[in-house]
Structures are given as structure tokens and as C-alpha cells.
Ligand binder design. Structure first.
Ligand code: GUN
Length: 305
């Protein structure tokens, strides 16, 4: 039986460590602060941001929610970001994505001070990571490393195959795995004979954004599978392809008309030695690592990290 890598549990561990560190910093008069910028009325973004703000409160961090309207201009957003860069009580700045189409997302992400870039999206942080310097790493890739380490899954010497080459997940995940001494292969939509590559993986990271894309034939028996995808499925036929006979999922689907599936076909998990479920795997780590990054940013900025 494969081991289920419980992201909720690991995330709770990390949050309790962050909480203890926040309490320790409080004795030195330091309170790490996060500013979250939420533009417009995107329902999913509102939920994500409210969870981030709520978690700050739980762990004792200061947080501030800034909510420009959907009609905000790039220039106005740049003013908001510059003001946050200059504030001493703000250690982390998070601009919730996606932004409205008329706003220049890259210009805004580049305007965030690299030292306050708790999402790890700034090119300077990408460069620092590449160069092996102290950096704020993107939360999801950092969370993947935490899951592996805290579950005693050896990374050094393992062949890690990352499917997906996004700037936010695939590329940084590959780099962090390399720093942990894995042999790393990055695959993408143009990779020839993808299955022959993924079948070599001791650690298979799926970050493609397509429901159930990794099928059992693509997995080496005994591999560790890290499923980064979160795909909402509403189609009955698609549901049955992945979850037929799964009573719990049947109940969810019947009640909500939808359920979540990762980038890995759940049938592939049976072949693995360990895997992250969807939901409840990598997802919960993202907020925990955001909190950890905010505390880290507070310490780095004060020269005490
Ligand atoms: N939108 C979806 N995920 C994320 C994230 O991790 N950070 C930000 N800033 N926006 C997102």
C-alpha cells in the first residue's frame, strides 16, 4: 500500500513552527507583516486571499488587505506597490493573480521589492535560487521540498522528473530538487516519448494543469508521486474515468456536481510508494510556505536570518 503524503498534517506542523518563531520575534519587538493586494472580484482569488489573511492572524503575523477595484490602472498599482516597498512594517507583498487583462502583470511583479517578494515570483529571486544564494523561493516548489524531507523520502541521488516548465512551479521545483542533489529532468508538451522519461522517475512531479494527465503506464512502480495539479471536473464521463467505484467521491460529485482531480490519474497512485492526494496534498503547503517566507523576509531584511 502506498503511503499517503498528508499535506494538511505537514502544513499544520510548519504553521506551528512559524507561530513559535513569530512569538520569539515578538520578544525582540519584531512583528512580521504581510500585505495582500486583491484586485477586483474574482471569486476564487477572494477565497485564497481571505485564507492567507486568516492564517496570518492565527500565527500572529500582521496582515493588511488592499483591494483596488477591477478598473485600477497599472500606474495606480505601481504607486500601491512602491508605497508598500517603502513601509517598514510590511515584510511581504503578495499580489494575488490573475490580474485584470488591462494591467501589466509582469511590470507589477517586477516592481515588488525582491526582499519583500514572498511569492518568490521576482526574476531577482529566480536568479538567486539559480545561483544558490539566500532567496525567497516560490511557495509551491518550496512546499514540495518540505513534503519530501519531512516524509523522509530521499532526494539526493534520486531521479526527479518534473512534468511542466512554468516559471511558478516547474522551473523552480526543478532547481530546488537539483540543490537537494537529485538528478533532474524537466519535461513539457514538446518532450518526445514522455512516458519513457516519466517511467524513469523515482520522484515524479506533475505540474501540467491537465486533469489526470499522468496515467499508470507513465509511472515506475515504487515511485513517489507529487501531484501539483488542481482541476475541477464537472463532466460525468470524466468523473467516471477517474473515480468510478470510489464511494466517497461519488458522494461529493452527487452533492456538488463537481470534484477535484490532480494532474495524475488516481489509478496511477496504486503503483507508487508514496503520493500526495488532491485535495489535501501540495495545496495546503502553499499557504504554510507563504507564512514561512514572510517570517524569513522579516529576518533577512533585518539581517538576523
Ligand atoms: N494565484 C493562484 N495561486 C497564487 C499564488 O500562489 N500567489 C499569488 N500571488 N497568486 C496566485
Amino acid at each position: 500500500m502506498p503511503t499517503l503524503l498528508d499535506g494538511v498534517k505537514i502544513s499544520a506542523q510548519i504553521k506551528s513552527e512559524v507561530k513559535a518563531e513569530v512569538a520569539r520575534l515578538a520578544t525582540q519587538g519584531i512583528r512580521p507583516g504581510l500585505a495582500a493586494v486583491l484586485v477586483g472580484e474574482v471569486a476564487a482569488s477572494k477565497i485564497y486571499v481571505s485564507n492567507k489573511v486568516k492564517t496570518c492572524a492565527e500565527l500572529g503575523l500582521y496582515s493588511e488587505l488592499i483591494t483596488p477595484s477591477a478598473s485600477v490602472t497599472t500606474e495606480e498599482m505601481l504607486d500601491v506597490i512602491r508605497a508598500l516597498n517603502d513601509r517598514d512594517d510590511i515584510d511581504g507583498i503578495l499580489i494575488q493573480l490573475p490580474l485584470p487583462k488591462h494591467v501589466d502583470t509582469k511590470a507589477l511583479l517586477d516592481a515588488v521589492s525582491a526582499d519583500k517578494d514572498v511569492d518568490g515570483f521576482h526574476p531577482i529571486n529566480a536568479g538567486r535560487i539559480q545561483a544558490g544564494r539566500p532567496a525567497l523561493a516560490p511557495c509551491t516548489p518550496a512546499g514540495i521540498i518540505e513534503i519530501l524531507k519531512r516524509s523522509d523520502i530521499p532526494i539526493a541521488g534520486a531521479h526527479a522528473v518534473v512534468v511542466g516548465r512554468s516559471d511558478i512551479v516547474g522551473k523552480p521545483a526543478a532547481m530546488l530538487l537539483l540543490h537537494e542533489h537529485a538528478t533532474v529532468t524537466i519535461c513539457h508538451s514538446k518532450t518526445r516519448d514522455l512516458a519513457s522519461v516519466t517511467r524513469q522517475a523515482d520522484i515524479l512531479v506533475a505540474a501540467i494543469g491537465r486533469a489526470g494527465f499522468i496515467t499508470p503506464e507513465m509511472v515506475k512502480p515504487g515511485a513517489t508521486i507529487i501531484d501539483v495539479g488542481i482541476n475541477r471536473i464537472t463532466d460525468r464521463a470524466e468523473f467516471e474515468k477517474f473515480f468510478l467505484g470510489n464511494t466517497k467521491r461519488e458522494e461529493t460529485f452527487a452533492a456538488k456536481g463537481a470534484t477535484l482531480v490532480g494532474d495524475v490519474d488516481p489509478h496511477a497512485f496504486a503503483l507508487s510508494s508514496a503520493y500526495t492526494p488532491v485535495p489535501g496534498g501540495v495545496g495546503p503547503l502553499t499557504i504554510a510556505m507563504l507564512m514561512a517566507n514572510t517570517v524569513r523576509a522579516a529576518k533577512l531584511r533585518r539581517g538576523i536570518a
